[in-house]
Design a protein around this ligand. Structure first.
Ligand SMILES: [Zn+2]
Length: 148
């Protein structure tokens, strides 16, 4: 009997994990795109998603290499590709921002290399959570995205 209960509990656990991947945030989410390398990607309506999952995957791999980080460092990140500028709490709108609870929001800026830099920068805030002032010298090459 205990073995049967354990098996049922394991099946329920697995079903729960599967449901979390396909329908995050407690139900059907029309903005959900994919889970890429442990990053749950959401896209605002109106954003062109053609090739986006592949591009985000490449940008994640480049970012991990750049920051010398493992996939575990960014596990659980939720990435939102917004249709408009992002309110990071400044008087101006930004192209990207990292919020508590490992939530990143970026804009789909037109130039793909800039998008990669943008995501690389924001993932840096996840990987170096105590360096919000960009004191690590590696920030220099990711911060230039603002000039793209
Ligand atoms: Zn920054």
């Amino acid at each position: 009997m205990i073995q049967i209960l354990a098996a049922v509990a394991a099946l329920l656990f697995l079903a729960g994990c599967g449901a979390a991947l396909s329908a995050p945030a407690g139900g059907h989410d029309p903005t959900f795109l994919a889970v890429i390398d442990g990053v749950e990607v959401h896209v605002d309506p109106g954003v062109d998603t053609a090739g986006l999952a592949e591009e985000v995957g490449r940008a994640i791999q480049r970012s991990l290499a750049y920051w010398s980080a493992t996939p575990e460092a960014i596990a659980g990140v939720r990435l939102y590709v917004r249709a408009e500028g992002i309110n990071c709490g400044h008087p101006w709108l930004s192209t990207g921002c990292t919020f508590p609870e490992k939530r990143i929001e970026i804009m789909p800026v037109p130039d793909p290399p800039c998008r990669t830099l943008l995501l690389c920068h924001e993932l840096g805030h996840i990987i170096l959570p105590n360096d919000g002032m960009h004191t690590d010298p590696r920030w220099a090459d990711t911060y230039s995205v603002n000039g793209c």
